[in-house]
Write a protein that binds this ligand. Structure first.
Ligand code: ADP
Length: 162
């Protein structure tokens, strides 16, 4: 297995918190596959295609970063299909920890050969979440440096379209 990790998430939308985890992950991994996990029972603001397109724009011209998506299947099955042995996830709060701990143990049970690695958020990103960004922008605030300009633009277009 190559020194590659998959970095899965909803990315609805991608934030500077996500980007920071991917960038720092590249100090450890040669390649990171950022993968949009699509759960068709979950209501998302952006379609899978829109989320993939934003991530491709954010990480354009980066050969060490691949953007992909998978739908209604297990992350460990996706990792096996891509022959990747590591899952990279970010951690912000104790609430993240509870959820991530459960997911990591479940994934280990499902696929013992796949390891989960956690990277602690950096302090300037610890408050950033996709849902907070959407709330701020919906209520007329500025997302500032919490999301790339392309994300703010796409979200404002969505708001106008409503
Ligand atoms: P999910 O629905 O799978 O939790 P998210 O898109 O919300 O997807 O998050 C994907 C990953 O990115 C998770 O591991 C999450 O903890 C991490 N993450 C999200 N925001 C931040 C942040 N501000 N700092 C560090 N990690 C983050």
């Amino acid at each position: 297995m190559s020194n590659t990790a998959v970095c899965p998430g909803s990315f609805d939308p991608p934030t500077e918190g996500h980007i920071n985890i991917v960038e720092r992950g590249l100090k450890i991994f040669d390649k990171i596959i950022v993968v949009v996990a699509v759960n068709s029972t979950k209501k998302n603001t952006f379609t899978a295609q829109e989320r993939v397109a934003m991530l491709r724009e954010i990480f354009k011209n980066r050969s060490e970063i691949e953007i992909d998506s998978f739908q209604d299947s297990l992350l460990v099955d996706y990792a096996r299909k891509k022959k990747v042995g590591t899952i990279l996830r970010g951690l912000r709060t104790i609430a993240d920890y509870d959820f991530e701990f459960q997911m990591a143990l479940a994934n280990k049970k499902l696929a013992p050969e796949v390891e989960t690695v956690f990277m602690m958020t950096e302090s300037q990103n610890s408050h950033i979440s996709s849902s907070l960004i959407k709330e701020i922008l919906t209520l007329g605030g500025q997302a500032g440096d919490m999301v790339p300009a392309i994300v703010e633009k796409k979200f404002r277009e969505k708001l106008k379209g409503k």
